[in-house]
Design a protein around this ligand. Sequence first.
Ligand code: RIB
Length: 305
Amino acid sequence: MPAVVVVGSANVDFTVQVDRAPKPGETIFGRNLLISFGGKGANQAVAARRAGAVVAFVGKVGQDQHGEQIRTHLETVGIGEAGLISDASCATGVAFILVEPDGRNQIVVASGCNYRLTPAEIEARDHLLTGEILLLQLETPVETVFSALRRAKEKGMRTILNPAPATHLPQEVFPLVDLLTPNETEASTLTGIAVEDRSGAEEAGAKLLAMGCGGVIITLGADGALWMSKDGAQHFPGFSVQPVDSTAAGDAFNGALAAALAEGSVLEEAIPFANAAGAVATTRRGAQESLPDRAAILALVSSVK
Ligand code: RIB
């Protein structure tokens, strides 16, 4: 039985390094094209698997070359393809990523089949929605996310929603979320509060709790993460690393968090573990190839003890 179930997107990523992002109407040269397996859903599933969890993934790809490659890849990484739906009427999702010298990125996603994953298809795979944790993002339709959350709560699973990419959500979603894990931008979008420092994060976190989430973890990049619950706020510092590519760092955080919680860790242990996973991911290029295994995460955690 899986410990962590991820419902979400699967993409193929095309990443290019640039000296700076182009201006409107400008053509620039990039270098070192990297073609990776990506998509926030599949990234988080692989991150949880590498962090040590037994993982199931539910998502949708096209009946095309990229879809077949993703299917084979999910088998190879030990997740399996039982939850991967193929649809001939849409293309597998792709993402185009520019990475600047300081590791910051810009991403454009062509969702393709990811945005055709329906609530009915989740219901038809109800047997896969079992385990400790359901982990979701927002690269699939909100109604699909809502229906998976509702079913997971009925089954007594703990739910984590990483509200990425940033968008507005209907109010009825929040009470179904045990842990919401926005970054600063996403927390701002959801609350209308500017989140530029820890005090802005606390204000946004308080609002998200009032909207019905069980708990909120706002990721703060190099500054770590802020956990807010009914008992108050707790800050967990980031790890000092030399970033080369921030792609999938948030996914590394969420996957590792889910894996740690699924094996019984409390949040005081799970958040530093997840922070370390995110930090390691920034030191490597690409999406899924940047996701650390358990040993690499624990090595960074113990390096500061
Ligand atoms: O979070 C990073 C991911 O966002 C990339 O892998 C890309 O596919 C987009 O989904």
